[in-house]
Design a protein around this ligand. Structure first.
Ligand SMILES: [Zn+2]
Length: 83
């Protein structure tokens, strides 16, 4: 049993050493949001603004902000991208 505990402890320590290299916002940046070819916001999938849009595109939150230069929609209040 002691041996197992030691192995777990080593794994935990290794994880802690690797962890700082992984961005904290990784999950946040991978959130799927929607953009259209018009406007300058990104939206949640259920936003009424994009409901009838034929040009809505699913992108990650990171893409919406960094590649598309969009800001969060005031209506549906999607997650904010924290960098
Ligand atoms: Zn919206």
């Amino acid at each position: 049993m002691m041996k197992v505990k030691k192995t777990l402890a080593i794994c935990f320590v290794s994880f802690c050493m690797i962890a700082p290299a992984v961005p904290v916002y990784a999950g946040n940046g991978n959130t799927t949001v929607y953009v259209t070819d018009k406007g300058d916001c990104y939206h949640k999938s259920n936003c009424s603004t994009i409901k009838n849009s034929k040009t809505k595109t699913a992108v990650t939150l990171q893409e919406a902000v960094e590649d598309w230069g969009r800001r969060p929609c005031k209506k549906c209040k999607p997650a904010k991208y924290t960098n």
